[in-house]
Design a protein around this ligand. Sequence first.
Ligand code: 5AD
Ligand code: SF4
Length: 514
Amino acid sequence: MPPQDDKSEQQGPKDYTCLMSGDPQKTFYLETFGCQMNVHDSEKVIGTLVQQGYRQVETVEQAGLILYNTCSIRDKAEQKVFHRLADYKKLQAQGKRFGVLGCVAQQEGEKIFERAPHVSLVCGSASYRKLPEILAQLESVATNAASFRSAALSAAGLRANIGGVIPSEAAFQEERGISRGAEPAPAEIVRDSQLVRITGLDDRQTDECFETEFTARSNPHRGYITIIEGCDKFCAYCVVPFTRGKERSRTSDSVLAEARQMADLGYTEIQLLGQNVNSYKDPAGKRSFAELLAAVGEVPGIRRVRFTTSHPRDFGRDIVEAIDAVFTLCDHVHLPVQTGSTRLLDAMQRLYTREQYLERIAWIKAARRHISITTDVIVGFPGETEADLAETLSLLEEVGYDGVFSFKYSPRPNTPAVAFEDAIPDQEKARRLEVLMTKQKEIQIARCQKYIGTVCEVMVEGHNSARGQWVGRTSQNKTLNFKAPHGLVPALGSYVPVLVTGSFPNSLAGELVV
Ligand code: 5AD
Ligand code: SF4
């Protein structure tokens, strides 16, 4: 899954004050790192917190509870959270509580308490459903700390440990005679200092999805809907199956109900999310992924539907047919390839060859509509040769991508690739990344130029007052910055036609058609 739209790996706080009620003392700050899946998880976490009477604030200084929703896909992303925690450690003296959510939480677990002892809460995404209980525990431990000697935690599956030694997962399970997957027994709370430690990590084998009554979506016009969580693919480099657990799909009926609800609230663009949306399986057996896609596209009021991320192995021709048949499905497919070398695809355990990948590309290119194609590429995977890199570069040419998210391979814990020989030195990875990006830039410049003189419909997403331009997005997911005649103010979220008059490697420029 590519990083969020703005390509940064973090997102600052949004203010939902208008939606808040309840205890003004219960304030939280939430910062999100990583992909769209994390951004959307944060929207659901915020919804849950708001329903528990919390109020979101803009700065760490204003907050009682400081939360980081973390990403561990690459080492750099993982280190960010520890830097943040170190930066604000001193605020603990003011009674602020710190929590680590998401993939780093799931991956590092209780080790986070050792590395950042001021953290009170570590909660992986598979335990978000239990957040109300976890928050209640955090509050009750905080407010009643003085009266605690030892007490049983009422919420099954939670453990709180106040300044005590936290037993390892295995020891904890063994101690209580429970095996993985069984409902864990209530835990003991032991207090000998003011430190509160709560983990919600026990649910990685869960069959359930994180569905909330209220999701605090940060954009009033376009929003995400998760259709499948987890991943069963186990690519050799990827930590996601370990941090997000096994695949579990929501029923297509519940996805459609959410889509209708969003349409009623005025949303016009929906992005269906999953680590691998193509392996979506309706638990009720009613709809395939392509059928669900089409059904969401037919919800009255919905004008654009996107989906990410696709896996080439599971990407079916029916998806292209659905895009051709249903006008609201966007002209864009993100199809991560990772490398153009079949030898390396095999080492990566990607389950397809270069030829099979190109077959999918041929289906997409044969569509009646012009579908834009983007991808993810990893350079410097162990054993990558110059010949492998050359194959990736030739694939870029052959496909003609409209965008490539490229990454230096980063060894991740638990993954098979950490043990692979022939690691590529970091400097060499950086060189290869540069070569790849230079090549792709040339391709994009040429591709973007082709839009000049055409009229594209954009959704108006913002205004750049410094440049006097409006920011729009095309169906093909291109940013199109445009000028409007003096006095004409296009409404945010509206769809307007724009004549493309200029192009850059990553965006287009144009003028509103009046
Ligand atoms: N190192 C570098 N990039 C990675 N990705 C996933 N795992 C790693 C890793 N260990 C990239 C892949 C994936 C995208 C979301 O992140 O390209 O498609
Ligand atoms: Fe990771 Fe591969 Fe699953 Fe994508 S398909 S989330 S790269 S394991």
